[in-house]
Every structure is written in C-alpha cells, then in structure tokens.
Ligand binder design. Structure first.
Ligand code: CO
Length: 134
C-alpha cells in the first residue's frame, strides 16, 4: 500500500537555527520558511536527493506543534510521511484493519497542496504517520 518516503518532519524550537544547521553544517539545500496557518505551522523544507526533511515550528495560538514542543523542548522527530496512490482507498483499508485516523477522518490539503491524513501513533509502532496522495 505505502510507496515512497515523502518526508520526515522534525519539530524545532528555533526554525532559523535549525535551517542553518542543515544549510551550513550538513550542506543541504534549504527552502525559505513558509507559513501554513491552516495547519498552525511554519515549515522549512530540506531537499535531499531521495526525500525531504520538513522542519516545523508552531504558528499562532493552539498549534498542535506547540504541545509537542512543550513536551520536547529541544524538538524532535514528529512524523513520517509515506506516499499512497489513492488516499481514500488506503484510509478505508486501514480503518477496516482497526487503525485510527486522526481528526474527522477526511483528507486535508497538506504542505505540498496534496491530500493528506494522519494515523494514530499507537497503531503504527509508536510513530505518527502521515499519508500523502502522490
Ligand atoms: Co508532514
């Protein structure tokens, strides 16, 4: 069902500092910050030859990312995003196997303008999973 690894998302307390670590220390190509108010995050993308790293920082009040940062003040890995061909078919198959889809269970438009869903970490080896229709 799942295809390519689309990105790994890391929550960071200081977006500019984290972007500099990837740009200067690790020598990667790093995007400018982009605000996604619907998701309560500001993102920076690190482009790698085979995938992306998504650096996330809270934006606005009540950001889910803020809760994560409160529990993990130095930041840390937040989720992994896998590509699927058909997000509705994937969701229905996962739900039929007892997996929990977060939120109202309907796909939202993600950071790349494509439909995404999040799956409960307790159902997936302790890791929050994002599915993106490629
Ligand atoms: Co993501």
């Amino acid at each position: 069902m799942i295809g390519r690894l689309n990105h790994v998302a890391i929550v960071v307390p200081d977006l500019a500092a984290a972007a500099e670590i990837y740009r200067q220390t690790l020598g990667a190509t790093v995007s400018a910050p982009a605000d996604l108010p619907d998701h309560g995050v500001t993102t920076v993308f690190v482009e790698l030859p085979n995938t992306k790293i998504e650096l996330l920082h809270p934006l606005g009040e009540g950001s889910m990312i803020q809760t994560f940062l409160d529990r993990n003040p130095s930041g840390g890995m937040h989720h992994i995003c896998y590509e699927v061909e058909d997000i509705i078919a994937a969701r229905d198959a996962l739900k039929a196997n007892g997996a929990r889809v977060l939120g109202d269970g309907e796909p939202k438009t993600g950071a790349h303008g494509k439909p995404v869903l999040f799956l409960h970490p307790k159902d997936f080896a302790g890791t929050l999973l994002e599915l993106e229709q490629a």
